[in-house]
Design a binder for this molecule. Sequence first.
Ligand SMILES: Cc1cc2nc3c(=O)[nH]c(=O)nc-3n(C[C@H](O)[C@H](O)[C@H](O)COP(=O)(O)O)c2cc1C
Length: 133
Amino acid sequence: MSPIEKVYNFLNEAGVYYLATEEGDQPRVRPFGTVLLSGGRLYIQTGKIKDVSRQIAADPKVEICTFKDGTWLRIAGELVNDDDHEVKVAMLEKMPELKAMYSADDDNMQMLYFKNAKATFSSFTAPPETVEF
Ligand SMILES: Cc1cc2nc3c(=O)[nH]c(=O)nc-3n(C[C@H](O)[C@H](O)[C@H](O)COP(=O)(O)O)c2cc1C
C-alpha cells in the first residue's frame, strides 16, 4: 500500500474528518466526509457557494484532523481546485448521496486536491509517522 493509499483508507474508515481553514486571522473548522483518490491525488469535495470554498480560494493552506482506533491523523497542505469533469463524476459515483445536492455539470460542485501535503499519524503508544504527497 502506498503512503497516499494509507491516508485515503484511514480517512474512509474514520468516516468524518475536520477541515480547518483561515479567514484572515480567524481559524474556521467544520466536519467533512468526502474523500476520493484519483490519478494519485487525494481529493475532497465541497460547494463553491460555501464560505469554506471562499476561504480556500483566498488562502489554500488548510489542515485536516480525524481520529480512529486510538490513532489520529493530521494532514497539513494546500488545496488546489480541479474542474475536471471525470473527477467530479468519480466522486458522485463513490458517494451517490451527493447527487441530491450536486452534479458534475453544475457551477457549484468543487473538487480540491492536496499538494505539498504532510500527513502525520499519531498515537499515545507509538512514535509519529509522517508521509508526504
Ligand atoms: C458528517 C458531515 C460530513 C460533511 N461533509 C462535507 C463535505 O465533505 N463537504 C462539504 O462541503 N460539506 C460537508 N459537510 C457540511 C459542512 O460541514 C457545512 O456545510 C459547513 O457549514 C461548511 O463550512 P462553512 O460554513 O465554513 O462553509 C458535512 C457535514 C457533516 C455533519
